[in-house]
Design a protein. Structure first.
Length: 225
C-alpha cells in the first residue's frame, strides 16, 4: 500500500501524544525524502509555537489553522504539493477536528496505556465510523488506526490495554511510541528524533511505526464500519 496523503492525529483525550507524534512522523518522512507538511489545527498551537522556521526542520511546511471554516481548504491546498499532510488537532473534541477528519485518508488515534485514553480512543474510533456513514465519505471510508504512546515495554498495563483492544477488534498498530526523554527535550526546539538523531532508538521506533502505517493504510486490515 502507499503512503497516506492526509493523516489526522485525533483523540478527545489531552496529552495522549498527538503533537509529538505529528512532528515525529513529519520528521521521519522528511528524512526519508518525502515532502511532508504539518497543519496545526489545535487552538493551543503547540506545534506552531515551538516551530523554528530557520531550524533543522525548516523544510517542513507548517500552517496553523484551527478554524472550522477554513481548515479543510488549508489541508486540500497543502495536499497539492505535499505528501503526507499531517494534521495535529485539539486535545478535546471540536468541530475543527471533525472537519479535518472528513478530508483524511487516515485517522491516527494515539493513546497512552491508561483508562481515560482507552475510552477516548474508542470514542474517536466510533466517531470515524459515524463519519463513514455520511454522504461525504460514502464509498471511500476513512481508515482509522490506534497507536500506543509513551509505553514502557513489558509493563502489565500496556499489555492489558493491547489485549483489550485487539480482542474487541480495534485496529491497534503493533508498533508503539516508547516513552523516551528525547521527545520532550527536542520538542522545546520544535525538533524530533528522526532529524536530530536518525540512528537512535526513538527514530527507529518512529521508522517502524511509519512503515506499518504505510503497509496497513487503505483499509485491508482496518476494522470495517
Ligand atoms: N513517547 C514519548 N516519550 C516521552 N514523552 C512524551 C512522549 N510523547 C509525548 N511526550 C510528552 O508528553 C506530553 C504530551 O504530549 P503531546 O503534547 O504530544 O500530547 P498531545 O496529545 O498533543 O496533548 P494536547 O492534547 O495537550 O495537545 C508532552 O510533554 C510530550 O513532550
Ligand atoms: Mg497537542
Amino acid at each position: 500500500m502507499s503512503l497516506p496523503h492526509v493523516i489526522v492525529l485525533a483523540t478527545g483525550k489531552g496529552g495522549a501524544g498527538k503533537s509529538t507524534l505529528a512532528r515525529a512522523l513529519a520528521a521521519h518522512w522528511l528524512a526519508a525524502r518525502h515532502k511532508p507538511a504539518l497543519v496545526d489545527a489545535d487552538p493551543q498551537a503547540s506545534i506552531s509555537s515551538f516551530h523554528d522556521p530557520d531550524g533543522l526542520m525548516k523544510a517542513i511546511t507548517l500552517m496553523a489553522d484551527p478554524e472550522v471554516a477554513t481548515v479543510r481548504q488549508t489541508i486540500l491546498d497543502l495536499s497539492q504539493g505535499h505528501r503526507p499532510v499531517i494534521v495535529d488537532t485539539a486535545g478535546f473534541r471540536n468541530q475543527t477536528t471533525i472537519m479535518a477528519a472528513i478530508c483524511a485518508d487516515l485517522i491516527l488515534i494515539p493513546l497512552k496505556a491508561a483508562a481515560e485514553d482507552f475510552r477516548e480512543a474508542i470514542a474517536m474510533y466510533d466517531l470515524v465510523q459515524e463519519l463513514n456513514q455520511t454522504p461525504e465519505r460514502e464509498g471511500r471510508p476513512l481508515s482509522a488506526l490506534m497507536v500506543l504512546t509513551m509505553t514502557t515495554p513489558g509493563t502489565v498495563i500496556a499489555r492489558h490495554v493491547r489485549k483489550e483492544l485487539e480482542t474487541a477488534g480495534y485496529p491497534l498498530l503493533t508498533a508503539e511510541v516508547t516513552q523516551r526523554v528525547a521527545y520532550p527535550e527536542l520538542s522545546m526546539r520544535g525538533l524530533s528524533p528522526s532529524i536530530v538523531d536518525p540512528d537512535g532508538a526513538a527514530a527507529r521506533d518512529i521508522a517502524q511505526l511509519a512503515a506499518e502505517i504505510t503497509k496497513r493504510v487503505g483499509g485491508a486490515h482496518v476494522k470495517a464500519a
